[in-house]
Design a protein around this ligand. Sequence first.
Ligand SMILES: Cc1ncc(COP(=O)(O)O)c(C=O)c1O
Length: 481
Amino acid sequence: MSDTYEQLLRKTCPLPQQNFELKNGSLHFHGLPLLDLVKTWGSPFKLTVLPHIRHQIQQARQYFSAAFQRPYGNIPVKQRPYYGKYHYCYCTKSNYFTPVLEEVCRQGAGLETSSAFDVDLLFHLHQKGSLPPALPIIHNGYKTEAYLQKILQVRRLGIADNILILDSHVEWQRLQKLLHEHPLPAPMPIGLRMATYAEPGSPYHTSRLGLRAEEILPFYEKEIRTCDKVQLQMLHFFVDAGIRDEPAYWAELHKALDIYARLKKQCPSINALNIGGGFPIQRDWHFDYDFRQMTQKIVQTVFQHCRDQKIPEPDIYTEFGTYTVGESGATVFKVLEHKLQNEGEHWYILDNSLLNTLPDIALMKERFLLLPLNHWDKPPLRVQLGGLTCDQADFYPPQGIGKELFLPALSSRELQEEPLYIAFLHTAAYQDALGGYGGLQHCLIPSPRQIFVTETADGKPQALLFKEEQDVDGMLGLLSV
Ligand SMILES: Cc1ncc(COP(=O)(O)O)c(C=O)c1O
């Protein structure tokens, strides 16, 4: 057994890493000493480092730009080997906070929406002057009448360069009715979503989202080609398991390319392939996903297919959610108590609920990176973390993921003298939306503070309190008229 927690950790986790390091015995995340934030604001809190979002967007653009410039196979190097352009869009549902959306918009990245209220968010950004003109906006998700009306309103007002992705036949009927009742001055740009194979564990073979691959051409020929109120511009697909170098992913890409080529031969206006989200983030100490190579393989596959089919290469759109925001976030807790339930069963009780703040732990058995902020010189102890609610599921690590959790060993008395703080890292994607941040929380445990890190004019990180801890009036207000 190692003498100190630090010695044990370094056996499996090389430090420093790109987003975190240990300096003078304290944890730094994206260059920020987290203990300083604890001293200023206490615990618990959620932190989002906005400059990292910019970094992610710029990186992805570089991957695609490099892949577009590379010659392939026997094709001679030309000035511009790939004909189409790359468009980075951000899937808003992964983190809806205004500073996040504004940071994305500042980078000129497009957005992807999922519901009627999501379009209201666009109106809000537009009113604030945060939405650059002609920003590409992709409307995905199920199109209720309210959602469709708002999408058409965006087009009518010319707020963005939006495109509506059709998901089902009934959506199409709703859209036709609305376009008939309130015609637009020019055809509405649309895309078609191809349903992919569903994840293992799903009760069905095909995802409910989108049109079955074999339906798409007949649907285009029967419905879209003859309708002058819409113009087909995009084919969309999304593999829920993510962009992985696995046969299942390449099979979906080939299926989509086959449909794209057949559509292109009948429909000159289609010019874009949207491959959805799915770039991963670091979830363990040794993260070796090769983004550059994966992008290269995707672009090469698209390129080759289009050359074989003698059609121009499409513009490529992505809608990265997790990749855009995930690594910019951390969730910090204090350990309130060390509780020994049985021989070898050590519980560290935290000052908020894991179920409410990081719901993917219970929902998906998600593993996050986890490090202490201090006490790295103490011996390591195998522990379980317990949240503040009375729910059995409010603990970490989840069972069945084959991971033990070690943290610095402190008795309850030592914790009173100098508390232990811990941080789950890379937590900024989806957790607040799934946990209903600021709403009615399990056992009425308040949502923690939110801190956002921006940059000063001379490029130094600056932490600002964005939302105070949820107060009792706010929560009780939800419970009564
Ligand atoms: C259509 C669509 N695009 C993009 C995304 C974002 O995926 P990720 O967060 O894996 O990048 C999702 C996530 O569910 C999605 O449904």
